[in-house]
Write a protein that binds this ligand. Structure first.
Ligand code: HEM
Length: 535
């Protein structure tokens, strides 16, 4: 037998028992009953059956059986960290939100960076968009900026999101590929969704092969509104810029890394924080008015379009530093619930139809993912400012209701929470007129201008990487009509691109390009438009 102060092989079967004492508290059940033997279940005799009576065994196994919760329907694999945001430049002229006006104050944040398509156990390095979600625990309530590392999106209307995700996720009959875009259903959907062409150029670029999660940009994607003390609204787009610079791996490195270390990005993030080399980003905004937006050669409510910085320059307003790894991965990184509808007074939504759908989707999915209407009470989700209302009960209620009043108005409780008209959240009083219908603005039909612009902005090496990615991805597609349709779209983006991809795929005769419904003039823009943003 091994001799040690707290460890002895004392069991009848020679098993190891560690005894409580010194710094080791007593092991108990969830009801606080001290456990004498955690190695053996209760048996009818030394070689007899296990007894149903064994409440210690049943409690332990039952809890274990329910350890897993549903993973996120998208963005299931992620890495998160705590930190702070510090405002360096006040936007007082544009908003009343304290998080954007009080310079110098450090506001706590929790940030989660994720892949989109793979499950929670998938590898860190597929060719995929990275989610970039930040929860600011502001003094006026939680503000979640739920973005991606690409400034545009695949689709213009939220009603297409389930189709997009069903096309990109593993195919339902075979259960693969688990985290890759190189398969028929993805390219089939994309080839029939020309609005995705701009985003496709970005995802085929090295942007989707980050060198480190510390080296990606983040974008709020949609326009939001800022409302100032006079009630005037401006539009705003949010951008995160990594202090470590934007860096990518090349495809061959990515593939090797995926094999050598599926946790490559998570480990890098963990190691960097442990070493005090804290991931850091600058926050910048693009600000513009409705009148200025009316002059854009595209609609800023169309999430497949970005606003070029030549048109509306960036204003840098603050920095975010992530300096603390969560104490518990499940409790924080898994249970954190970001939601684009979490905004604070002084910030408001735009009418982007993709954003409008997102405002519904996140809370809805989190009710089933986290299993209770009270998931906002989980510490990582709870606001860090005072909060009080008359909501009550429900699964997993953790707050203790006191008194007899849980409604308002009331005259019975002198301490009950009440409205505050001056500082409370108010939506912008936007006039709305027009015919109701399942409709889109005409300019949404310009699917190629910005795809062309993005491809043209890439240098020769970057363009070669995009071509190689398209050849690799489309070569995995079994149905030739899908790859041919993709080459047809490419003819509208760049003829040389289309030809080189066609050669790479062995397509002998170039397909006919699909019809173009709306052609918007290419940027660079007129000098008048370049004044925008200098408000
Ligand atoms: C999750 C970004 C579009 C539904 C996420 C996450 C990010 C994100 C970053 C992960 C959050 C986390 O770390 O927990 C975006 C961006 C979009 C977009 C930037 C477009 C610009 C949409 C749309 C829908 C949607 C259109 C639905 C209509 C969801 C859902 C989740 C999610 C259901 C899982 C949330 C959870 O389980 O907590 N999205 N998304 N997303 N997104 Fe989106």
């Amino acid at each position: 037998k091994t001799k040690s102060r707290t460890t002895t092989l004392t069991g009848n079967g020679g098993e190891l028992h560690q005894t409580a004492g010194k710094n080791h508290p007593e092991l108990t059940t969830n009801q606080g009953v001290v456990i004498a033997d955690d190695q053996n279940s209760l048996k009818a005799s030394v070689r007899g059956p296990t007894l149903l009576e064994d409440f210690i065994l049943r409690e332990k196994i039952t809890h274990f059986d329910h350890e897993r919760i549903p993973e996120r329907v998208v963005h299931a694999r992620g890495t998160g960290a705590h930190g702070y945001f510090e405002l360096t430049h006040s936007l007082e002229k544009y908003t009343t939100a304290k998080i954007l006006t009080e310079t110098g104050r450090q506001t706590p944040v929790f940030t989660r960076i994720s892949t989109v398509a793979g499950g929670s156990g998938s590898v860190d390095t597929p060719r995929d968009v990275r989610g970039f979600a930040v929860k600011f625990y502001t003094s006026e309530g939680n503000w979640d900026l739920v973005g991606n590392n690409i400034p545009v999106f695949f689709i213009q209307d939220a009603i297409k999101f389930p189709d997009l995700v069903h096309a990109v996720k593993m195919e339902p009959d075979r259960g693969f590929p688990q985290a890759a875009t190189a398969h028929d259903t993805f390219w089939d959907f994309i080839s029939l969704t020309p609005e995705a062409m701009h985003m496709v150029m970005w995802i085929m670029s090295d942007r989707t092969l980050p060198r480190s999660l510390r080296m990606i940009e983040g974008f709020g994607v949609h326009s939001y509104r800022l409302i100032n003390a006079d009630g005037h609204a401006s539009f705003v787009k949010f951008h995160w810029r990594p202090k470590a610079g934007l860096q990518s791996t090349i495809w061959d490195e990515t593939v090797k890394i995926a094999g050598a270390d599926p946790d490559f990005h998570r480990r890098d993030f963990f190691d960097a924080i442990a070493a005090g080399d804290f991931p850091e980003w600058e926050l910048a905004v693009q600000l513009f008015t409705q009148e200025e937006a009316d002059q854009f050669p595209f609609d800023h409510l169309d999430a497949t379009k970005l606003i070029p910085e030549e048109l509306v320059p960036l204003t840098f307003i603050g920095r975010m530093v992530l300096d603390r790894w969560p104490d518990n991965f499940f409790a924080e990184t898994e249970q954190v619930a970001f939601c684009p509808s979490h905004i604070v007074p002084g910030i408001d939504f735009s009418n982007d139809p993709l954003l409008q759908g997102r405002l519904f989707s996140y809370l809805d999915t989190q009710l089933s993912r986290l299993g209770s209407a009270n998931f906002h009470q989980i510490p990582v989700n709870a606001p860090r400012c005072p909060f009080a209302n008359n909501q009550r009960d429900g699964h997993m209620q953790m707050t203790q209701a006191t008194g007899r009043v849980a409604y308002e108005p009331n005259s019975l409780d002198k301490d009950a929470p009440r409205e505050q008209a001056v500082k409370g959240f108010k939506s912008m009083a936007e006039p709305v007129a027009g015919d109701k219908g399942r409709i889109r603005p005409e300019s949404f039909a310009d699917h190629y201008s910005q795809a062309r612009q993005f491809y043209a902005s890439q240098n020769e090496t970057e363009q070669a990487h995009i071509i190689a990615a398209l050849i690799f991805e489309l070569s995995k597609v079994e149905h030739p009509h899908i790859s041919e349709a993709m080459v047809g779209h490419m003819l509208h983006i760049n003829e040389e691109l289309a030809r080189r991809v066609a050669v790479g795929l062995g397509i002998k005769v170039l397909p006919v390009a699909p019809p173009v419904l709306v052609e918007v003039q290419d940027l660079p823009v007129s000098p008048a438009l370049q004044l925008i943003g200098k408000m």
